[in-house]
Design a protein around this ligand. Structure first.
Ligand code: GRF
Length: 231
């Protein structure tokens, strides 16, 4: 692989090699499929003074995702990459990878992105993809975590913000928050309370990653103090 290709496969390295942009903000690409309340929490955090992060792209797997509308309102670039427009999943992964890599992100954030990302995507952004999942992993992986937790009858569930690896809902954990199940909860009510925790933790995780304050040691993500970040 030549030098140029290496930069392309590693947007973090490529970006650093090219020097920082107009602003010093770290670049965040966000993937959504739906409502986008976690995206909104990120946009709000990014807009705060001295946040150090800028959302530079919001990409969705379907045109109707309301998250795209939130991005447009905030003046952020959007993209739609639909699985149906590609012959198979690996081709979709690569198309999405190319679109996201073109935004030169320091961090890629999955904020309610309801597709499984294959190695073609994941390997392009090693230890730089963060996801939020509405359960205390490793319990209740998959697309219906809140429903499954209720059906199981747990008294405590919550959310997990974690790095993305090549297995579904699996990578090293950055943050978790517990949310008690209350009598009379239905899926929607419980999910709303879980989302409140996600809205708090996901922006924190994105900032830590953006600042290089996450060191991966096997299954563990070690969170570093600013002075511990290797220069
Ligand atoms: C979140 O609960 C996330 O954990 C799950 O999907 C939900 C997305 O919500 N993967 P929103 O689109 O951010 O409102």
């Amino acid at each position: 692989m030549n030098h140029k290709a290496q930069e392309w496969f590693n947007p973090l390295g490529g970006y650093r090699a090219a020097g920082r942009g107009v602003a010093d903000d770290r670049r965040v690409a966000v993937l959504v499929s739906g409502h986008g309340s976690n995206l909104q929490a990120l946009l709000d955090a990014a807009a705060g003074p001295g946040s150090g992060i800028a959302v530079v792209l919001v990409a969705a797997d379907r045109a109707g995702a309301f998250g795209l509308e939130r991005a447009r309102r905030a003046g952020i670039d959007t993209a739609v990459v639909r699985p149906g427009d590609h012959p198979d999943r690996p081709a979709f992964d690569l198309a999405l990878r190319d679109r996201v890599a073109a935004a030169r992100p320091d961090v890629v954030c999955l904020a309610g992105f309801m597709r499984i990302l294959g190695p073609g995507f994941v390997r392009a952004f090693p230890d730089r993809i963060v996801n939020t999942h509405p359960s205390l992993l490793p319990a209740f992986r998959g697309a219906h975590a809140v429903r499954d937790a209720l059906a199981y009858g747990v008294k405590l569930t919550g959310c997990t913000v974690h790095l993305v690896d090549e297995e579904v809902d699996h990578g090293p954990v950055l943050f978790q928050a517990a949310v008690p199940v209350e009598p009379g909860d239905d899926e929607d009510r419980l999910h709303q309370r879980i989302k409140r925790e996600e809205h708090r933790l996901l922006p924190r995780a994105v900032r830590l990653l953006a600042e290089g304050r996450v060191r991966v040691e096997g299954r563990r993500a070690v969170l570093l103090e600013p002075e511990e970040v290797p220069r």
